[in-house]
Design a protein around this ligand. Sequence first.
Ligand code: ATP
Ligand code: MG
Ligand code: MG
Length: 364
Amino acid sequence: GSTIGILGGGQLGRMLAVAAAQLGYKVHIYAPDATSVAAEVTAHHSQAAWDDEPRLAAFAAACDVVTYEFENVPVDTLRFLSGHVAVRPGVAGLKIAQDRLEEKTFVAGLGGRPAPFAAVPDRAALDAALEQVGAPAILKTVRMGYDGKGQARLRTSADADAAWETIGRHPAVLEGFVTFAHEFSVILVRGIDGEVRFWDSPANVHEGGILATSSLPPPQIIFDQQDEARALMAKIADELDYVGVLTGEFFATEEGPVFNEMAPRVHNSGHWTIEGAIVSQFENHIRAVAGLPLGSTATAALPVVMHNLIGGGIETVPDLLADPACHLHHYGKAEVREGRKLGHATWVGASPKGSVLDCSSVEV
Ligand code: ATP
Ligand code: MG
Ligand code: MG
C-alpha cells in the first residue's frame, strides 16, 4: 500500500494517522521529539532532527506524499523534502503562517481585515507602535507562539516595559485589542483539483489564550459573518494553491469579521468533525493530500460541543466515560502539565449539560 508521511508527532498527527489507516494507508511519522503520541499509533517512525538531511531523504524515499501537523516545521526542511517527494500543502502557506507580520500583510493584501497592527522589532519600536495602534493592545512574538504563549496584554502604554520583558524581547507585532461578540473559525479543505469545501463554523471560546470549547450551532452573528470569512479563506487557499485543510480564526464584531490568524493544518476547533460531520477534517485532509475525492463536510447532527481536556482536566475521564453520549479522545501523553492539551470530549446531537466539565460558556 501507499505510505503517507507526517511531519510532527503530536495529537494532530495521531488523529491524521488514524484517518489515514482507515483509508488503507501506511503512515510514517517524522518528529524530533523523544516521545510522539502520533508514532505510538503507527509502525514507522523517524526520530530525527529537522535538519538531518540523510534521515529526511530516507523518510522521503519511504513515502508517497508528505504532509505536516506542526506549523513550525522549518521551511528549509519542507524545501529539502520537496526535492524528493510531493509535499502537500506546499511551502507557501507554512512560510506565511510562521510569521505573524507576513501573515497579516498577506491577508490584508487579499482584502481581509486584521486588527490594527504595527511591527515591533525592538523596544523603541513598541512606543511608536502604541502611538499608532493605541491601547488596549496585545503584543505577540512574530514567530513560534501558540496557545497564547509569547503574548502580553497592555492596558495602557505604562505596561510597555513589562510586556516587552514578558515576551522575552523577541521581535513582535502589536495588535489593537478587538472588542468581539464571539470568536469563530473557518475550516476548509481544498482538493488537488482546487475544489473547496467548508465545515460549519463553530463558536470558539478561549480561556487564558487556550481553546476551551467549540460548539454548534453558533450564535447568529457568526452565521451572519461566516460567508464573508469563508470567501477570504477560499481566496487565501487559491492564492497559495493550497492542498489540504486550512483554518482561519476570526473575531465576530459589530463591524464584521476580523481576521485573527490562520493555521496551515487541521485545527483544534475542527476536532468536533470526527463525530459531528459526515467526513472529518482529518479524513478530508488525508483525502486531499492523497489526491482522492473529497468527502462531505456537512454537519451530521446538532448540537455539537467539543470540550478540551487541559492539564488537570484529564482527571474527569472516568466521569466522561460514564456519560454514554460522550465521545472521549485521550491523547496518551506521558506527562500531565498545566495548560497542556491532553484530550478532548465531544457531544453530537446531545448536550454536555450536567457533565463534570464546566460547559457554562457554551450556549447550545
Ligand atoms: P493558537 O493556539 O490558536 O495558535 P496563539 O498563541 O496563536 O493561539 P492567538 O490566536 O493570537 O494565539 O490569541 C489567542 C486568543 O487570545 C484569541 O483566540 C483571542 O481569544 C485572544 N486574542 C488574541 N488577539 C486578540 C486581539 N487582538 N484582540 C482581542 N483578543 C485577542
Ligand atoms: Mg496561533
Ligand atoms: Mg489562535
